[in-house]
Design a protein around this ligand. Structure first.
Ligand code: BDP
Length: 699
């Protein structure tokens, strides 16, 4: 098994009893309707039932037998006359209902929605029940997405390199599009649709204006045409200086009439190609990208100009809050709040501010971003990173769902209520259409899509959490493991025992106790806590860990950078106090003495050694667990994962030894624990990786 089929394998189910149950519950299938989406539904059901149940279930036009699946939107003639509570489907066109009912005197299972797209989601849910061997009788389901726009962000360049991509080159074969439409585009859309993803930004946030030229818009159209039947809209990144680069204007100042006109015309042109175009994602005035500040205008001025162009067509602007300017900051984590909080309420209705989960940059652990608790009048959307830029690339097994869940469950205390991040981004009181969530994709043209067989679980988990940000990682891991590997109970247990703690292990062997940004310069591969003297201090490691003879950590309390002032109470007080601040964020918020007594009874130095070593031990344990799955997992993926785990183990050891040897030069204390670095600090410091993958070209 080369992993190409992802979680949609449809291999024969092995539990005889459950197969019998399905065979008597599904005797025929009636799909009512006429659209490209309905065609997708028919194909999917045919594939799933013949594969999973190993029997050809007939597609029929009239209900004649018990056990008919009746499928169609609420206006389809077979469904329109049925009695059920239609208000259940009120919230969203994508909501679906699965109901056991008697139709024309026969026992049937009805799958319906207000739209064909919603029906497709219902069908995928139903197929998932089969794949995971659950009973389907007596089970009525109503399900609607908590968030309206569930979007992948591809950091794909037009030359097919992928920024921070570790799974090959871009899926989008721009050269051969639009005439050549790769089957893979269909398979991509189908996988997304099966987990409820309904949008994709095709291009890198470090944008190239070329994609907005007629030559490329033809190609974009070809992709949009493939994705549409699967309920997926296409979005593009808009380079702010495009009016100059491809429009021949002398400025991109958003207050200039001819600039506005250029964007209005450009947007019209896009909609002529792609009538359901989703809108723009914009990175402006950040890391050298142009933006409105180049003309002394604000982020709101820039975003509103684009929003006005898109509004007549129903498009949205996702304006990123990941900004930092050329000034060397006191504390980089404060910058997004400083720039965006004063703009609260100034954005157009169709602008959503896209905020990374934490205030720095996708580190293995960060506190939640303070903007989530701060913007009262501006819709905010979440940006998670699926590609493991800071969590071991596509080499380390790290199931990211628990990290995202931790963020989503964080209490912001906005609006004088606990208000979790999940509640903020799915806020019911807000116009539903303006809720959104994005995930930076980990997909490339590797045969198995994501590089590491387990990295597929992050794509899967993102979709599931985007649909329901209140769901839990254990359930998601369970589903994914069953569909991807096996329904065998022991195997599931072993695989889940690998997945669920895996992100915490990465934290332990890379950046425990709230440490952050210790990785290699530019490519971000491997440990390099010694990085200093770079063009910006906030591109160095020493700026973040601040180790000295007294202790280690970044003081962000009121006696330091006071980044804590950006949080609401009681969050502020909790982190401000050295005693109450949880261990896992201690060095994020405090500079702490090497001798500080931790809750464990160990000193800070000992605790650091202990954590690094615990990370290494944990990876070793994953290797043992994987060995136990051997009989249930196909050879190809078994061997792939086995080798990757070995590399992960070696790299965990490397992280532990390099970091502790370096920090030891400040703490001056002996190593604590049962391990001994194999090399000297100088050895680790002179390692170089000029061709590490995923590099950011311009840095
Ligand atoms: C950082 C990446 C960089 C991205 C940037 C962003 O290193 O490649 O361009 O985020 O999100 O994490 O814009």
């Amino acid at each position: 098994d080369d992993g190409y089929r992802l979680w949609l394998k449809y291999d024969p189910l092995t539990d005889r009893a459950i197969v019998k149950h399905y065979q008597s519950s599904i005797t025929s299938i009636l799909v009512d309707g006429n659209s490209e989406t309905i065609d997708v539904i028919k194909r999917e059901l045919a594939m799933a039932t013949s594969g999973l149940l190993q029997s050809k279930i007939p597609f029929i036009n009239r209900i004649e037998k018990n056990g008919t699946l009746v499928i169609g939107n609420i206006n389809a003639s077979s469904i329109a006359s049925l009695q059920f509570d239609r208000s259940l489907l009120q919230k969203s066109e994508e909501a679906y209902l699965i109901k056991n009912m008697i139709v024309k005197g026969k026992r049937c299972i009805v799958i319906t929605s207000r739209s064909d797209r919603g029906v497709l989601y219902g069908v995928f849910y139903f197929i998932r029940l089969l794949q995971t061997q659950q009973r389907i009788d007596g089970r009525d389901v109503v399900n609607s997405p908590a968030i309206a726009n569930r979007i992948l962000n591809h950091w794909d360049n037009l030359d097919r390199t992928v920024e921070r991509g570790y799974a090959g080159f871009s899926l989008w074969d721009w050269h051969r599009l639009p005439a050549y439409v790769d089957q893979r585009y269909h398979d991509y859309a189908r996988a997304n649709s099966s987990i409820g993803i309904n949008g994709t930004v095709l291009t890198n946030v470090n944008a190239n204006a070329q994609v907005l030229t007629p030559f490329y818009l033809e190609k974009v159209k070809a992709l949009a045409d493939v994705f549409r039947p699967y309920g997926i809209k296409v979005y593009l990144t808009a380079r702010f200086s495009a009016p100059m680069e491809i429009g021949g204007l002398s400025t991109a100042d958003p207050s200039e009439k001819n600039v506005q006109q250029w964007w209005n015309d450009k947007v019209k042109e896009i909609y002529r190609h792609v009538p359901d175009f989703g809108g723009f994602l914009v990175k402006a005035n950040s890391e050298g990208q142009p933006g409105p500040q180049n003309y002394k205008r604000t982020h709101a001025d820039g975003a509103n100009m684009l929003a006005d162009a898109l509004a007549p067509f129903g498009g949205i602007v996702m304006w990123r809050a990941f900004v930092y300017d050329n000034e060397v900051p006191v504390d980089r984590t404060k910058q997004a709040y400083n720039e965006f909080k004063p703009l609260d309420g100034l954005f157009r209705k169709n602008v959503i501010v896209q905020v990374k989960n934490g205030p720095l940059d996708f580190q293995p652990r960060e506190p939640f971003h303070p903007l989530f608790g701060a913007m009262e009048k501006t819709p905010l959307m979440m940006e998670f990173q699926l590609t493991q830029e800071y969590l071991g690339f596509a080499t380390h097994l790290a199931f990211l769902s628990p990290m995202w869940e931790e963020c989503l469950k964080s209490k912001t205390f906005a609006h004088d209520k606990p208000s979790t991040v999940a509640e903020i981004i799915s806020d019911e009181s807000r116009q539903y259409q303006s809720t959104a969530i994005a995930g930076v994709a980990n997909i490339g043209n590797d045969r198995n899509w994501c590089g590491h067989p387990f990295a597929q679980s992050n794509w899967y988990a993102f979709g599931r959490l985007a649909w329901d940000p209140f769901s839990n990682s254990s359930q998601i891991a369970d589903e994914w493991a069953r569909m991807t590997f096996s329904n065998d109970q022991n195997t599931i247990q072993n695989i889940k025992s690998m997945m669920l703690p895996s992100r915490e292990l990465v934290v332990s062997y890379m950046t425990p106790l709230g440490l952050h940004h210790l990785m290699g310069w530019n490519h971000h591969y491997g440990p390099a806590p010694w990085i200093k003297d770079k063009p910006r201090v906030d591109w160095t490691s020493v700026y973040y860990h601040r180790a000295d003879s007294m202790g280690i950590g970044f003081n962000r309390t009121s006696t330091g950078s006071n980044a804590l002032e950006q949080y609401q109470q009681p969050v502020r007080d909790l982190y401000e106090s050295l005693d109450k601040c949880p261990d896992e964020l201690l060095l994020w918020f405090h500079h702490v003495s090497w001798n500080h007594k931790m809750t464990s009874g160990r000193t800070l130095w000992e605790e650091m050694c202990y954590k690094y070593q615990a990370g290494v031990i944990g990876v070793n344990n994953m290797k043992t667990l994987w060995d136990k799955t051997r009989a249930q997992v196909d050879e190809e993926r078994y061997n792939a994962v086995k080798q990757l785990l070995e590399i992960q183990y070696q790299e965990a050891v490397w992280w532990r030894d390099a970091c502790l040897l370096y920090f030891q030069t400040f703490s001056k204390k002996p190593m604590y624990g049962d391990f001994k670095p194999a090399h000297t600090l100088e050895y680790y410091q002179q390692l170089e990786f000029p061709f590490a993958p995923g590099i950011k070209p311009k840095w």
